[in-house]
Ligand binder design. Structure first.
Ligand code: BGC
Length: 719
């Protein structure tokens, strides 16, 4: 449905960060058969008809490559209309005009624009269109301040008695697109406990590092104030610690009205487990507070469980990390002044993400933004949507992306294709996939490698000296390995789409050959993991043995960062060292996945040493406790421990290979995925030295149990 409406903006001068209510009174003439409301804005909005909220989308219209793609929502408002109506649409700064866009003046300096249109159809066949124009009015909302990073100020005693006419805004309608992603919604509701820190601060603990906001419900007097900010962790002494939020104030200031108050922020979200009360009228009743989790409406499809309590907590942390960071785009973290669609993070976690939840629609939207943002020469920006490239001097930095980050352009569509079986995603993304590979080919200093370019390397790998963000792995080796990997995915995708891929096949052969000549030896776990898992090492058996020895002599501890971690366990188990992979998975000492669990983590940390054994912190500059990247280990648990594997020739689990790899250190493990074909599950249980297997497949499957192969139809099988 196309928009006929005009863009409008307030004619009055309001504070730039206060929310504005656009309103329109109108009558309906007749019996209504249908009413559809179309809305979007430059910011984030909440629409209400006759005082009731329209739809459930929190922070609509969502976060896209705004200069090229701005989603609008379409709501069914048929049952909401009466004879006399008031349509109010409240607009906050959001991602568009908030501090998050400060480096993008074209967004940040934009006016508070709105475009909306209510199409009414009457039973007698006549129609009405109530569209934004200069007959609409504006007034200041009770939300006196809102910002994604900084929080919200709401004065429930405030009423703007002076509604003023809006003015027409010259703004393009060409960027408007129908909603593509999942809506962002409220989900779990968590109740807190109250405690006093050693410093005497009153803190609420919601028990879980979460993303969303806090609802307050209490009886109060007009003018009573509640002020709080939030944090993810406590320090070594048990005091409130929020230095890792950088420039995100994440603060709520609420001024009560007389009597009953029920408030939750409208135009912000925060990542937090704890909340510090800076002001509260009288005795604090924790029951007045509810943590509301807010994230994209992705449905859980994956389940992991084992006999090990800490491992189960790790699995939960992985699921929470995904929910907390899948708020319309895959963010790096939900708390500090970042919350960006970092390409590398999304790449690393894509397969796990697609098993844990149904993210096909979520990724389709985000990848379309990536395609919209890709440069003419195929560069993929570091973050998508790219809101940094807009500012003077930032463009070249923003597009100077690294391997493993830019490779999100090839890896993410490929993973979505394999999990959901729909080639459309490859069709839509193919040009961006080839564009990325061609870009590397065009800029590399040394042919068939990727040299002479900025690289993040093995980001946060811990084999470099403390304080360094980059691990010790050779950046050029990583870049060449991903160049090969992306090229191999372009070839596979191209063949499915019946494209001529000869050029890429040739390129791939040459990259592999050059890689082998240039990097005959490996010196870090990440280098081994990439060379092995991407099939680049010449003598895999020999190199795998060296990797296994390296891990064992390091006390069964990893040293990998963002780039190596997702592949390390695979590189070991693919080459006969599943036991060493299990040792890493089950390691409880630092550095390891279970170390963070032992330290009380309820989500995945950005750093292996985010919080150290003595309770001290790595650094406050870059220390998120809710970064999902290392949660990518779940794909090893689904794919190797439980042994559930997709088949490239029959994607979407139309065929399945199930090859569980049990380990006696766990007495049982179970994984399942609700696939497009039905539920696949794999469970193994130790009974003495023997293992019992229970496998359910919704599709024809090849089941490999202790070296024996069985071809089966759909059904449940016991071995
Ligand atoms: C983000 C990361 C991201 C990285 C790029 C950080 O600030 O939080 O997760 O991938 O920058 O190196």
């Amino acid at each position: 449905m196309a928009f006929e409406a005009d863009w409008i903006a307030p004619a009055a001068e309001y504070d730039r960060d206060s929310a504005i209510i656009f309103l329109k009174n109108f009558k309906t003439k007749n019996k209504i058969s249908s009413a559809k409301l179309l809305v979007t804005c430059l910011g984030v909005y909440e629409a209400r008809i006759n005082g009731s909220r329209v739809g459930e989308f929190i922070l609509a219209p969502g976060f896209t490559a705004y200069q090229k793609r701005l989603q609008y929502q379409e709501y069914d408002a048929t049952k909401m209309l009466k004879a006399n109506n008031i349509l109010e649409i409240e607009v906050g700064t959001g991602w568009y005009r908030g501090k998050i866009a400060k480096k993008a003046p074209k967004l940040y300096d934009a006016p508070c624009g709105l475009i909306a249109q209510l199409n009414v159809e009457y039973a007698d066949g006549s129609t009405d269109v109530i569209a934004t124009d200069e007959s609409w009015k504006t007034k200041r909302s009770q939300v006196l301040f809102s910002d994604i990073y900084d929080g919200e100020t709401c004065d429930a005693t405030f009423t703007d008695k002076k509604a003023r006419f809006a003015k027409k805004l010259e703004w393009t309608r060409k960027i408007l697109i129908p909603e593509e992603g999942e809506i962002v919604k409220e989900h779990e509701r968590l109740k807190p406990t109250l405690f006093k820190t050693p410093k005497g601060e009153r803190v609420l603990d919601f028990g879980q590092n979460m993303t969303g906001y806090v609802e307050i419900e209490l009886d109060a007097h007009a003018g009573d104030e509640i002020i709080f900010d939030c944090a993810e962790v406590l320090d070594a002494e048990g005091n409130y610690y929020r230095d890792n939020y950088r420039e995100a104030a994440a603060k709520i200031h609420y001024i009560c009205c007389e009597g009953h108050n029920l408030y939750n922020p409208k135009f912000t979200f925060m990542g937090f487990r704890y909340m510090r009360l800076l002001k509260y009228p009288g005795r604090v009743n924790p029951d007045a507070f509810t943590g509301i989790c807010v994230y994209s409406d992705i449905k859980q499809t994956g389940y992991l469980k084992s006999s090990n309590k800490n491992l189960n907590r790790l699995f939960e942390n992985i699921f929470w990390g995904q929910k907390d960071n899948y708020l319309d785009i895959p963010t790096d973290c939900p708390q500090r002044s970042e919350r960006m669609g970092w390409t590398g993070d999304a790449q690393v976690f894509a397969r796990t993400a697609s098993y844990n939840f149904d993210v096909e629609k979520f990724y389709t939207k985000w990848l379309s933004d990536m395609t919209a943002e890709a440069s003419d020469i195929g560069q993929i920006p570091k973050i998508v949507p790219q809101i940094w490239a807009e500012s003077e001097g930032m463009k070249s930095w923003a597009f100077n992306n690294s391997s493993a980050w830019g490779d999100a352009s090839t890896v993410c569509p490929w993973e979505m294709y394999l999990t959901y079986g729909n080639p459309d995603i490859l069709k839509r993304q193919y040009k961006t996939m080839t564009g990325w590979v061609d870009y590397i080919t065009g800029v590399t200093k040394d042919k068939y490698l990727w040299t002479g370019h900025f690289q993040y390397g093995d980001w946060l790998g811990i084999d470099a000296p403390e304080g360094s963000y980059e691990g010790a792995s050779n950046k050029d080796l990583i870049a060449a390995a991903f160049y090969a990997y992306s090229t191999s995915l372009v070839i596979k995708a191209g063949k499915i789409l019946k494209k001529n891929v000869t050029k890429y096949e040739e390129l791939y052969k040459n990259i592999v050959k050059t890689f082998r000549e240039t990097f005959p030896e490996y010196k870090t776990q990440t280098e081994y993991a990439l060379a092995l898992h991407f099939n680049l090492a010449k003598d895999k058996a020999k190199e795998a043995k060296k990797l296994a020895d390296m891990v064992i002599s390091n006390g069964n501890k990893l040293t990998t960062g963002f780039v190596g971690t997702p592949y390390l366990l695979h590189a070991l188990s693919e080459n006969g060292y599943a036991d060493v992979a299990y040792s890493l998975l089950l390691q409880e000492e630092y550095p390891s996945w279970l170390f963070s669990v032992r330290m009380g983590a309820t989500t995945i940390w950005e750093h292996w040493d985010g919080k150290k054994e003595d309770g001290s912190f790595w650094s406050d500059k870059m220390n998120s406790f809710n970064h999902y990247a290392y949660g990518a280990v779940a794909d090893w648990v689904y794919g190797v421990a439980a042994g559930i594997n997709r088949v490239e020739e029959a994607p979407g689990f139309k065929e399945i290979v199930i090859k569980p790899v049990p380990d006696k250190r766990l007495s049982w493990l179970e994984a399942s995925i609700k696939t497009r074909c039905g539920l696949v599950s794999s469970k193994w249980v130790y009974e003495g030295d023997k293992v019992r297997y229970e496998i359910t497949t919704p599709s024809p499957a090849t089941i490999i149990i202790e070296g024996k192969t069985y071809r089966v139809k759909e059904g449940t099988y016991l071995f």
